[in-house]
Design a protein around this ligand. Structure first.
Ligand code: MLT
Length: 210
């Protein structure tokens, strides 16, 4: 059941396996806190799952920040929403006794996770970004060193141009993150290859808490 007690409506599933970093699940436009629970269980079996619902509504569809048009973001709102979500992460860590989470975000959820890595990197231990794009025209100066990031893009994605995804990978690397960028022969939607690669990468690199 959704929990309304913290600053975001969210779902939380405790871990069933010790020493795994929790996953912060960030849904796409029109999704909610239930959307990515199944994906989270598939890619990180036994990890705690923290899944907030985006607070911005676009025609009734939840999102994590405002946009002016598809792919054109209200960057003031992106900054404010990153801070608000980082505060929620701190709140949830205290409430549930969690280490810093690894974000698993899709589309708009991947975009806010990318923005968080560039503005509030301390909030995350790392991230799996599924179909993310550049959130800031000029990235803020932040130190994301120590953060591992898996960026999975689609070569036929009509929403995220290939050069945009490559620019995001470069910006994250410049901020110090250790970025693995794979371009899959798919569109904006998720594929089995995303699930397999995310699971493998999290097993190798991402979820074991220090
Ligand atoms: C966004 O607005 O974050 C991107 O255009 C992805 C989307 O939500 O469609």
């Amino acid at each position: 059941m959704a929990n309304n007690e913290l600053s975001f409506v969210h779902r939380f599933e405790p871990s069933t396996v010790p020493n795994l970093a929790p996953l912060l699940l960030l849904h796409g436009t029109g999704g909610d806190e239930n959307d990515l629970l199944g994906l989270g269980r598939m890619v990180a079996p036994g990890a705690a799952l923290l899944s907030p619902r985006g607070k911005v509504l676009e025609g009734g569809m939840p999102r994590f920040f405002r946009r002016l048009a598809e792919g054109v973001f209200d960057e003031d709102d992106v900054r404010a929403r990153v801070d608000e979500l980082a505060d929620f992460i701190a709140e949830a860590r205290a409430a549930y006794g969690l280490p810093a989470p690894v974000a698993l975000g899709f589309s708009n959820g991947a975009n806010i996770a990318a923005a968080m890595l560039l503005r509030r990197p301390e909030a995350l231990a790392g991230a799996v970004l599924l179909r993310a794009m550049v959130p800031f025209k000029v990235p803020p100066k932040a130190d994301a060193s120590g953060r591992r990031v898996l960026l999975l893009s689609g070569s036929a994605d009509p929403i995220v141009p290939a050069d945009n995804a490559a620019r995001l990978a470069a910006q994250l690397s410049e901020a110090g993150a250790e970025v693995t960028h794979r371009v899959l022969p798919v569109g904006h939607g998720l594929s089995q290859a995303d699930v397999n690669l995310a699971r493998q990468w999290l097993g190798e690199a991402g979820v074991i808490a220090a």
